[in-house]
Design a protein around this ligand. Structure first.
Ligand code: SAM
Length: 347
């Protein structure tokens, strides 16, 4: 959600860094900047407070060998076969999505994958999250969208209306197929953290060549709630995750948050480093007016901290290809919205 195409980080990484330089994304989401930086032989650092985003980012830049992943899947499968799993206490909202056969395997994996401490397990966890729900034979759930989780009530009604049945899918088998289909290993490894972006103490002063990120907006995106099924697998509720992330429609609160983030960005940037922030326009909830959030971040947060604009704020109108000056060459249209790019340097 709220993600940018790989061509965007590619453009700015090429423009502002060289091989071996450090590229940092403090709101890394699904890990687009970090993966692109690794592929371009830069030292990539990512961070996201949402554990789901953390796992997706880590998996893209810390890829174990294929053989070790296959071995671990085989080991887990063997142990699963000698374990009995009781589904009686399992949440009804989850039980309506997966067959008992599939759910037993999922619960075993949920309880035994050590994604916090073991890179192979993090990778397998990300693969499970990728195939957890969707609408083809490669997914574990009954037919539903892959990109986000519909609400439990919506799913319940949808099942009734379309008389859907939960398919018996073998998690271990689908994991092996996914691995054979998708496995790639970037040569350079990145580092990823799971911290609030207002505190970047894990990064040394003046060590980053380029910060490239799209921070959360005041626009309402409940990253946790929209991913409640994947978060169930990680042992969290959508609500718990949303409480940890920045979420407010108040401009003063947003400015306060972004000032703290920019203060940290200023500290970690090298003297001639750049910070590229992609910030979309938002609609004011009461007046319905469009708010140019990028301009507000520039005037109320970045400029007072002594940042300078490297170039005038870049505007990218996303929906209508004929109007678009898409400097990074991605032509796909989406809902009408304006994204703006702030390119900052220290004073
Ligand atoms: C606009 S999205 C980034 C999307 C990313 N550019 C991509 O292409 O996938 C913003 C991200 O900020 C994260 N986030 C929100 N509040 C945060 C906070 N206080 N600290 C760190 N990350 C946060 C969200 O989890 C979300 O992944």
């Amino acid at each position: 959600m709220a993600m940018f195409p790989p061509s965007l980080p590619h453009y700015f990484i090429e423009k502002y860094t060289k091989e071996g330089d450090v590229v940092f994304d403090p709101f890394s989401g699904r890990g687009t900047t970090v993966l692109e930086a690794c592929l371009m032989n830069r030292k990539a650092v990512g961070n996201d407070k949402n554990i789901l985003a953390y796992i997706l980012t880590k998996t893209k830049c810390d890829v174990p060998s294929k053989g070790r992943i296959f071995s671990r899947i085989a080991q887990l499968e063997k142990k699963f076969k000698s374990t009995s799993i009781n589904l009686n206490n399992e949440n009804e909202n989850i039980r309506m999505i997966f067959s008992d056969y599939t759910l037993k395997q999922l619960i075993y994996l949920k309880n035994n994958l050590k994604w916090r401490i073991n890179t192979i397990d993090t990778f397998i966890t990300a693969m499970v999250l990728g195939i957890l729900h969707g609408n083809s034979m490669g997914y574990l759930s009954l037919s539903m969208p892959n990109t986000f989780s519909m609400s439990p009530n919506y799913i319940r009604n949808f099942i009734k209306k379309h008389e859907l049945h939960r398919p018996n899918r073998d998690v271990f088998e689908l994991l092996r197929r996914k691995l054979n289909r998708c496995y790639q290993q970037p040569e350079i490894k990145g580092k990823v953290y799971n911290q609030n972006a207002t505190n970047m103490s894990y990064i040394k002063n003046e060590s980053v060549h380029l910060v490239l990120t799209s921070p959360p907006y005041t626009r309402v995106i409940r990253y946790g709630q929209f991913n409640w099924i994947r978060l169930w697998f990680l042992g969290k509720t959508g609500k718990e995750i949303d409480e940890d992330l920045f979420f407010s429609q108040s401009l003063p609160k947003y400015c306060d948050f972004m000032s703290k983030v920019l203060n940290e960005i200023k500290r970690v940037l090298k003297l001639n480093g750049k910070a590229v922030l992609i910030i979309g326009d938002v609609k004011d909830r009461t007046s319905e007016n469009i708010v140019n959030l990028a301009d507000i971040v520039w005037k109320k947060c970045a400029e007072p901290l002594g940042f300078k604009l490297v170039e005038p704020i870049i505007e990218d109108i996303i929906s209508d290809d004929s109007k678009v000056s898409r400097i990074w060459g991605d032509k796909k249209g989406r809902a009408t919205q304006v994204e703006r790019v702030l390119v900052l340097k220290k004073g």
